[in-house]
Structures are given as C-alpha cells and as structure tokens.
Design a binder for this molecule. Structure first.
Ligand code: ADP
Ligand code: MG
Length: 549
C-alpha cells in the first residue's frame, strides 16, 4: 500500500509559514514589502500586544481586483515573476508568492482591497487558511490587511513567542529597516493605540534618518563617497571613525532596496573601518548597494534576508574601498570644522593648507575678564615645536590650546636580562622591534640593552615596558602574519603606553602630542577605535559651572 500523500493545501501553507513567518515581525516584513511593491506612498502599521493580538497594515498602493485578491491567497501565486529568467533578475521585494497564504494559514486574517478607479472593493475573511467570507468592501483605494491571533492554531509556534515588549521591539526594528530603505514613502507606526512614529515622505535618506534617530546621530554620519563603477553603486551614510555600537542593530545594508544580512558585507564593513572601530564593536551604517539584479541571487532564504553575490570578492573590495574613502573624507571635513592643520599629500595634492600660528595672549586672563571666546589663540611655543613650513603664514586662528599642567618625565638607557626562551624570541625579533623604533640589541648572554624608544611613548621604566611589550608581541604573534603582528603591537603600545592618565608630561610635549595627533590620518580615535577627543560646548560648560540652567 502506498504511504506517500500530497499534503492538504492548508497544511502545506502552514509548513511554509514555519519558514517564512517566525514571529509578528516577519508578518510586518512581508506585508510592508507587499505594500512597497504595490507602489504605496504611505504605509501605516498598527499593532496590539506586540503584534500577537493584532497587526494591521494599510497602504495606498495599487490595490487588487477581486480575482487577484482571491488568487493572492493561493500558494505560489504572484504577480511579480513569470519565468525562470525573471527569477534570475528580481527587481521586486517579493517573488515567492508564499507570504499571504502562509500568514492566512496561521491567523485570523482579513484582507480588504480596492483599485483606485474601481467602484467597489473586496473584503475577504480567512481563518486558519480557510476562506470564510468574500464580499464587496468599501474601503479607500489601496490594501488593508489585518492579522489577528497569530499562531492561534499552531500552539507549538505560539509557545516560542517572546514577551509583548520583545516582539514589539523586533517589529519596530523591522519597520526601521523598511523606512530606511524607502525614505520616499510615509510610514506610521501605532502601538496599542499610541503613535510611536509618524514619518513624512523624506526628500533624502539623511532626512529620514534624522526623523528616525535624531540630529545627534546625523551629525556623526558621513555621506558615502561614491566610486565610479556604474555596475555597482555604493551610496548612503556611515558613522565617522570612532562611532560604534555594541550590537549590529544599526549596521544596516541594503542591496537593491532590500535589507540583507550577508557575511561578505559584514566582513567588508569591518575591514573598511579597520582601526577606526573598537574591537568587538559594530559600525553604524546605512549603506545601499545598487547593482544589476542579475548579479545577485535573492532566492537563498525563505524570508529573503540573505543574498548571494555573483562576484563576492568584487563586492567586498568595493565596499572596503567605499568605507575607506568615506572615512578619509570625514577627516577632511573634520579638519575644515576645526581648522586643524592639513596633512599635505594625503587628501589634497595642492599646496599645504595655511594654518595660523599667530602669537596669542598667553595664559594669563584677569579674573574679572569676560568669558573668553572658545576660539582660542595658540601659544608662541607652538611655533617652535611644530616648525611649520614657510607657507604657513595665514590668518586663521588655531582652535586648539592645551590646558594641562606641565611636569617632568624620565628616559634612561638600560640593560636587562630575560628568561632564555624569551631572550631567544627577542633575538629572533630584534629587526621587527627596531623597525618600530625600539632601539634594542643583544648585550651578552640572555641580556639586552635598550638605548631608545619611540618618541611618542612616555615610559617611566623602559625595562618593565619592554617586558610587557615582549609579552604582548608573543601573544600577538600566535597565528598572525608578521605584518599584523607589527600593527597589533603598535596599537597596543600607543594605547597602553603613549599617554596614560596621570602620566606627567611637559607642556611642550603635550603640544607636540596634540600636533602629532592632528597629523594622523584618523586623529579622532585611537588605533583601537576609541575616541581621542571629545567636544564640550560652551553652553554645556556653563551649565556644569552653574552659570546656566
Ligand atoms: P509575493 O509578494 O511573493 O508575490 P505574496 O503572497 O506576498 O507573494 O503576495 C501575493 C500577491 O498578492 C503579490 O504578488 C501581489 O500581486 C498581491 N499583493 C499582496 N499584497 C498586496 C498589496 N498590499 N497591494 C497590492 N497587491 C498585493
Ligand atoms: Mg510578498
């Protein structure tokens, strides 16, 4: 007797729903994608109890006639692709024809829809996949879908739902993705009768992000500097060096308008930021890749979150380059803003930018003087330390002034002994160490002499420092290339030994340090991505000193 049977239609839909509809947020994703594909200019999402009791999505898109409305609930019914060739170059968000029947099979479902010039619309009510009512409906042109009691007939799935708050947050994140991907569409989100956000159609991505996240974040974003490859356009906004998050929640990447997760892209972002990002942190990106739909396969995952690139290496390289270009441009902007000295040859091949070093009034401000302007004058000593080229006679004031307390530091040449294994290791690595500015050489059996250290270091005890460096280098060298080893080491030494809190430095050294910092490619964060400077506004200072409330 044969044992194989075709699944009844509803059961097949429920099986499909298992993949496509994981939680309320997946329903929102599918419904909003449909609204976007239908050309909606305005999409309103309302939920109750984290979407578990109700999800309603209302759009002003194309709507459907009655036949299509009925067909849309059949499995594998789609208006978006017809042939295998269409599948190979998908230009819409949907294409699987599975979302509506899946959702309708695991909820109490109501669809009302009307085409713009139709006299009447259609209303269809479905419960657990079974069509119960089909009748004329009189709603406004567009489509409205209500999904109630999700998984009411699938207790196993229902058990996996999280708290209303968690589901709600997932759902809101999903809406953020869609709203970021489509700034031109108005979005509204209502949770338990309360308006969470109402986004007008935005003229640009920047406006949409400001509406979603506020102007503080926007002020720390850089517009992606586009390349010239017409086949792969990379645009959007990304966080400046040093701007990071503890999760990937704001690491958004869109491929042809679709929010995606893709390991190639994740690696490329990380690589593009490199030292501009703290280890273990994630960048803030609103990155858009537009490429020929034929060059990317979106038919990878039932929920359509994953994509595969035909040329992953090309995409990776392009993204890395775009991020680097953009961070570099951020440095330029930053210099403009603070009028810091430009580094000739890095971004501007023209003559060195003029930087003023006009002698200032010095440090004594009478106690009764009004609050000085924050645009302070430099000290004369800057001139002697920075030794600017002749072109440097300009008239712009230099905006940095050191307000620290000067003191003393020591640096002595010393000899020291190491355990035989460490000694052998150092001997093998003398060349690398010397390349880093550490003047170390063998000095008898297992003994070494250091006679110089990199100038940027401030080290009280060179021997202790050397032992730490050796430990650092030993652990860093495991499995790393020699090049990486050097980089890692420099990062560690700069951060741990350069200027620690409370290390005494002389005034001139502080100045030199600041000037050196300003000449770095990415002055505003350390090699680990931590910020090297913060800005405190005059208003903030005044508030802290009780001059303002
Ligand atoms: P897919 O989006 O993969 O085509 P769906 O099951 O999500 O599959 O939708 C089936 C079809 O129903 C779509 O192809 C589209 O023609 C129609 N449809 C769904 N939602 C809407 C909507 N909001 N407005 C207009 N048409 C819609
Ligand atoms: Mg769809």
């Amino acid at each position: 007797m044969s044992r194989i049977r075709l699944l009844p239609e509803i059961l097949a839909s429920q099986v499909a729903a298992g993949e496509v509809i994981e939680r309320p947020a997946s329903v929102v994703k599918e419904l909003v994608e449909n609204s976007i594909d239908a050309g909606a200019r305005k999409i309103e999402v309302s939920i109750r109890r984290g979407g578990i009791s109700l999800i309603r999505v209302v759009d002003d898109g194309s709507g459907m006639d009655r036949d299509d409305a009925l067909l849309s609930l059949e499995r594998h019914a789609t208006s978006k692709i017809r042939t295998a060739a269409d599948l190979a170059a998908i230009a819409t968000l949907g294409f699987r024809g599975e979302a509506l029947p899946s959702i309708a099979s695991v909820s109490r479902f109501r669809l009302t829809t009307r085409e713009p010039d139709a006299v009447a619309g259609t209303e269809i009510i479905v419960a657990g996949g079974k069509i119960e009512t089909v009748r004329d409906g009189g709603e406004a042109p567009g489509t409205q879908i209500e999904v109630r009691s999700i998984f009411y007939n699938l207790p196993a799935r229902r058990k996996f739902l999280r708290s209303e708050n968690t589901e709600s947050r997932n759902l809101e994140h999903q809406l953020h993705l869609q709203a970021t991907g489509h700034p031109e569409i108005a979005f509204a989100f209502v949770r338990d009768e309360r308006v969470v956000f109402q986004l007008p159609p935005a003229p640009s991505l920047l406006d949409r992000i400001r509406d979603l996240h506020g102007k503080d974040l926007v002020s720390r974003l850089l517009a992606v500097v586009e390349g010239d490859d017409p086949k792969l356009r990379i645009r959007g906004l990304i966080g400046q060096a040093g701007v990071s998050r503890q999760s990937r929640a704001q690491q958004l990447v869109f491929v042809n308008g679709r929010a995606v997760e893709n390991p190639v892209l994740t690696v490329a972002l990380r690589e593009g930021y490199h030292t501009a990002l703290m280890k273990g942190q994630f960048p803030v990106t609103f990155l858009f890749l537009d490429l020929d739909p034929g060059a990317v396969d979106v038919n990878v995952h039932p929920a359509k979150r994953e994509v595969r690139f035909r040329d992953p290496n090309g995409v990776r390289e392009a993204v890395v380059a775009a991020i680097r270009r953009t961070l570099e441009s951020g440095r330029q902007q930053w210099q403009e803003q603070f009028r810091a000295p430009a580094v000739a040859g890095i971004v501007d091949p023209g003559p060195p930018a003029p930087v003023t070093v006009s002698p200032g009034p010095g440090s004594s401000i009478p106690a009764t003087a009004p609050l000085p302007s924050l645009e302070v004058q430099p000290n004369e000593s800057l001139v002697s330390y920075w030794e600017p080229p002749a072109a440097v006679a300009g008239s712009r004031p230099q905006q940095f002034q050191i307000i620290g307390v000067p003191s003393q530091r020591l640096l002595l040449a010393q000899t020291f002994e190491l355990a035989p294994r460490d000694a052998e290791w150092v001997e093998r690595n003398v060349a690398t160490l010397q390349k880093m500015g550490i003047g170390i050489e063998p000095f008898g059996q297992n003994a070494f002499k250091i006679d110089s250290l990199p100038t940027f270091l401030d080290v009280a005890d060179p021997v202790t420092f050397m032992r730490k460096v050796i430990d650092g280098l030993k652990s860093a060298s495991n499995g790393s290339s020699a090049m990486r080893l050097g980089e890692e080491m420099i990062a560690k030494t700069v951060c741990r030994h350069a200027v620690k809190a409370n290390d005494p430095l002389r005034y001139l050294e502080v100045e030199k340090l600041v000037m050196d910092l300003l000449e770095c490619d990415l002055p505003y964060c350390c090699p680990h991505g931590r910020p090297t400077m913060i800005q405190i506004s005059l208003a903030e200072l005044e508030k802290k000193f009780g001059r303002k409330v």
